[in-house]
Design a protein around this ligand. Structure first.
Ligand SMILES: *[C@@H]1O[C@H](CO)[C@@H](O)[C@H](O)[C@H]1NC(C)=O
Ligand SMILES: *[C@@H]1O[C@H](CO)[C@@H](O)[C@H](O)[C@H]1NC(C)=O
Ligand SMILES: *[C@@H]1O[C@H](CO)[C@@H](O)[C@H](O)[C@H]1NC(C)=O
Ligand SMILES: *[C@@H]1O[C@H](CO)[C@@H](O)[C@H](O)[C@H]1NC(C)=O
Ligand SMILES: *[C@@H]1O[C@H](CO)[C@@H](O)[C@H](O)[C@H]1NC(C)=O
Ligand SMILES: *[C@@H]1O[C@H](CO)[C@@H](O)[C@H](O)[C@H]1NC(C)=O
Ligand SMILES: *[C@@H]1O[C@H](CO)[C@@H](O)[C@H](O)[C@H]1NC(C)=O
Ligand SMILES: *[C@@H]1O[C@H](CO)[C@@H](O)[C@H](O)[C@H]1NC(C)=O
Ligand SMILES: *[C@@H]1O[C@H](CO)[C@@H](O)[C@H](O)[C@H]1NC(C)=O
Ligand SMILES: *[C@@H]1O[C@H](CO)[C@@H](O)[C@H](O)[C@H]1NC(C)=O
Ligand SMILES: *[C@@H]1O[C@H](CO)[C@@H](O)[C@H](O)[C@H]1NC(C)=O
Ligand SMILES: *[C@@H]1O[C@H](CO)[C@@H](O)[C@H](O)[C@H]1NC(C)=O
Length: 676
């Protein structure tokens, strides 16, 4: 039930009515017959603080000690004693209106109730015991009865009283949760205080008249909202009273709150916050968009079942969403970081970002994963993102099914790239696993399709040449005639493709990125402002160029002496690995995340020796290929399906990097390129 909203005139009328009631009540209190009672109670209960109450009752006779609160049972009785006097003096008809104001709204199992609350105010709710999990109570009773019968060896027990007793002792568990959907806003520019948060109070009582928390004395529990989320769980067989209190606003804040509250008896909260499951990965970012994927959304990869699942969950039924906010001194999501409705409301109203959501099976083992392309981002800006799961989809993650109110996962942060030199592409036909930032230029900034087809066409051309070469090797011969017992031409082709896509389509980073494992390209190309990139002071480890194994042997000799003077003359630095990139795309100076060396090892292992693949030996190898971070914390080289775990610093370790890589990555050497 929702309390009716009162117009100012109505509220004044209500206030007037209440005052009148109070006057009448006072008048009744001072009737002579009441003075008789007053003589027996030296201190009127209504002026006594709850904690003083028990002690203030005079002993009935001088021999009896004063009543004290000693244990739970007496406490319960005293709760009654506390509540009763609050209303005992009021005739029901007189206080009807006042009771209405205090009357708790009734909550039903799994039914979320939205509510508005003003500062320095309280809203009360009741969850009646008849809503408690009836079935489980009865089951517990029958189990208890069964045990009892077994023990007594008697099968007939009249037992109405007994079963009542058992019933009363059986308790059910309740999960109470709330989310703040709207909160006060700051009136000052420089916000230093945390956003004021609501508080959730829970107590059980046999009293029919709940009081506000401050006068009730003993809530069984309280929980201050954290990031707009509060939860509380308890086992009970009583009516449960719940109150949400709003603090008075301090200077610098204005407005009020709205929140959702729900009670569930279904083994979990209605609103959920999950600060430990890592379910989202960043694929890559450029200057105005970022690509994310989720972890596996199913645990089956049977094609027919997956297709059916995708059909049921695509479009508007996609259960996941991403909400992103720029990191400013003040962001409207602050104080709502754990609230689904809060984040959703703020994202919809305060952002001009657009998020394109889809489901993909391209990131390994045919398992469906959610994919998000966040667009409209600002250059070189830090963002905070939130992954949320809509509760109506019944999705189970790590064995936990999310109830109706959904789930908010821990937040993550990332920074967009500074230059337009790199651009995120995905959805290629040939190189299906490519989904990262590639060399681009302002000309191509708004032409994703053109950029994708440029790289894809290039890959298709090289792949068909390779297939021709492979066809000349005795692939189709069976058994012992094959070149290897462990690998065949299917493996060779797959590994070659992984290698080719990683080598042909460079993974691009900003020129200003300074990680040591990044390889500079196009160092003689001026920036947009005409200046040449500075190479002085940078001790590049020379990388080989794409056009043959011999071209860099002198560089290797000179690698240890590390001279910079001739860097600008070296093809490894002054152009892209693939000349076509420079002629067609014409990116500015950029840095490349080199392909991983294991791509190379795989191709050598999988392919027939006739094709002449061989990996360069160290130190030359380090010139062409990157090496994976042994701790898996950083992405130090590129491989198909590589993703960035943005929560790695907070989470437990970094094995996540490898978790999504399903294709074993292959690479080959420059000599092989010549052979193709
Ligand atoms: C909060 O409300 C109480 C009465 O309900 C009032 O006495 C108190 O002054 C209020 N506090 C503020 C800061 O407004
Ligand atoms: C709120 O709960 C905490 C423990 O969770 C307790 O220490 C505190 O006293 C409670 N506050 C009130 C006013 O009951
Ligand atoms: C319950 O609240 C705590 C504290 O805010 C939070 O850490 C925890 O994740 C919440 N649990 C669920 C299931 O939302
Ligand atoms: C999650 O929240 C709990 C309690 O709120 C805290 O103890 C724990 O450290 C948090 N975990 C992470 C990964 O932040
Ligand atoms: C399904 O997963 C298994 C390993 O769990 C893998 O071998 C198989 O290739 C996958 N199937 C598809 C269609 O991706
Ligand atoms: C969850 O999904 C349902 C159905 O697709 C939709 O009606 C509902 O608004 C969604 N909830 C939120 C919080 O977006
Ligand atoms: C979720 O589960 C409930 C009850 O089990 C069912 O009524 C509802 O249709 C399910 N929703 C979806 C989207 O499967
Ligand atoms: C995108 O690039 C392709 C290939 O260069 C070109 O044909 C097409 O006209 C471009 N589209 C736009 C809108 O610039
Ligand atoms: C290569 O081996 C795989 C199993 O390892 C098999 O499925 C595939 O058909 C074989 N390819 C050829 C061309 O024999
Ligand atoms: C890389 O750049 C960042 C800032 O862009 C700087 O804080 C860091 O010290 C630099 N690292 C190295 C090795 O130069
Ligand atoms: C390598 O370094 C030596 C001196 O250390 C220099 O004479 C030689 O020209 C360098 N080679 C190239 C290709 O620059
Ligand atoms: C999720 O997918 C990855 C590969 O993408 C796989 O290694 C992992 O086992 C999968 N997890 C589950 C729970 O199926």
């Amino acid at each position: 039930m929702q309390l009716p909203k009162l117009s100012p005139l109505q509220s004044r009328l209500l206030a007037f009515a209440i005052t009148t009631c109070l006057v009448v009540v006072l008048w009744i209190c001072f009737q002579p017959n009441y003075f008789a009672y007053a003589a027996e109670i030296p201190v009127p209960p209504e002026v006594v603080q709850p904690s003083q109450f028990a002690a203030s009752i005079p002993p009935a006779s001088p021999d009896e000690p004063p009543i004290e609160i000693r244990d739970g049972l007496e406490e319960e009785e005293n709760v009654d004693a506390l509540y009763a006097p609050l209303f005992a003096y009021f005739d029901r008809s007189l206080v009807g209106r006042q009771e209405d104001a205090l009357k708790p709204s009734e909550l039903e199992n799994n039914q979320m109730k939205p509510m508005e609350i003003a500062p320095n105010n309280t809203k009360t709710f009741i969850f009646k015991k008849n809503q408690l999990g009836q079935r489980s109570v009865l089951e517990e009773v029958s189990i208890a009865r069964g045990l009892e019968d077994a023990l007594n060896g008697s099968s007939d027990s009249d037992g109405d009283g007994e079963s009542d007793l058992v019933k009363r002792q059986a308790q059910s568990r309740l999960w109470i949760s709330a989310n703040t959907c709207r909160q006060p806003t700051p009136t000052v520019k420089l916000v230093t205080d945390p956003v004021p948060q609501l508080t959730l109070w829970v107590w059980t009582s046999t009293s029919s008249a709940p009081a506000v928390p401050s006068s009730s004395g003993r809530p069984v529990g309280n929980s201050t909202f954290d990031g707009g989320h509060a939860n509380y769980t308890l086992a009970t067989n009583e009516d449960v009273y719940i109150a949400v209190t709003a603090p008075a606003l301090t200077q610098g804040w204005t407005g009020s709150w709205s929140f959702e509250i729900a009670v569930s008896t279904d083994q979990g909260y209605y609103h959920n916050y999950d600060n430990s499951t890592n379910f989202i990965y960043m694929v890559d970012t450029d200057s105005d968009s970022t690509l994310f994927i989720t972890h596996n959304m199913t645990d089956f990869n049977d094609t027919a079942k997956v297709d059916k699942w995708i059909d049921e969950h695509k479009g508007d039924n996609m259960p996941f969403d991403i909400y992103a906010f720029p990191d400013d001194a003040w962001s409207p999501m602050m104080g709502l970081e754990r609230s689904y409705c809060g984040l959703k409301t703020q994202f919809d109203s305060s952002n001009n970002l657009s998020v394109t959501t889809s489901i993909t099976t391209q990131f390994g083992q045919g398992l469906p994963k959610g994919m998000f392309n966040v667009q409209g981002l600002k250059t070189s800006m830090k963002y905070t993102g939130f992954l949320v799961l809509n509760g109506t989809s019944n999705m189970t993650i790590d064995g936990t099914t999310t109830n109706g109110g959904g789930r908010v996962f821990q937040s993550f942060q990332w920074r967009t790239k500074a230059d337009d030199t790199c651009q995120v592409i995905f959805g290629l036909q040939e190189c299906t696993t490519v989904a990262y930032a590639v060399p681009s230029s302002p000309l191509w900034k708004n032409n994703d399709t053109g950029l994708i087809s440029f790289y894809d066409d290039l890959a298709t051309k090289y792949m068909s040449a390779f297939r021709n070469s492979l066809a000349q090797v005795a692939c189709d011969t069976a058994g012992t005639a094959q070149y290897s017992l462990a690998r065949n031409c299917t493996d060779c082709e797959a590994d070659y493709k992984s290698w080719l896509c990683s080598v042909l389509i460079p993974r691009c980073e900003d020129w200003t990125a300074n990680a040591t494992y990044l390889h500079p390209r196009n160092i003689n190309t001026p920036f947009a402002n005409g200046s040449l990139p500075a190479v002085d002071g940078l001790s590049f480890f020379p990388s080989n160029s794409f056009d043959g194994p011999d071209s860099d042997s002198t560089a290797a000799e000179n690698a240890t002496t590390g001279y910079n003077a001739s860097l600008r003359t070296r093809t490894a630095y002054n152009q892209s690995r693939i000349p076509a990139i420079d002629t067609t795309i014409a990116p500015g100076p950029y840095k490349e995340l080199l392909p991983c060396e294991d791509l190379c090892f795989d191709i050598v292992r999988s392919c027939p020796a006739q094709l002449g693949f061989a990996c360069p030996e160290p130190p030359m190898r380090a010139l062409s290929y990157g090496r994976r971070d042994p701790y898996g914390r950083e992405l130090r080289c590129n491989y198909p399906g590589a993703v960035v775990d943005l929560t790695v610093d907070r989470g437990a370790g970094g094995q996540h990097l490898a978790r999504l890589s399903t294709v074993v990555l292959a690479a080959a050497l420059a000599a092989a390129w010549g052979a193709v």
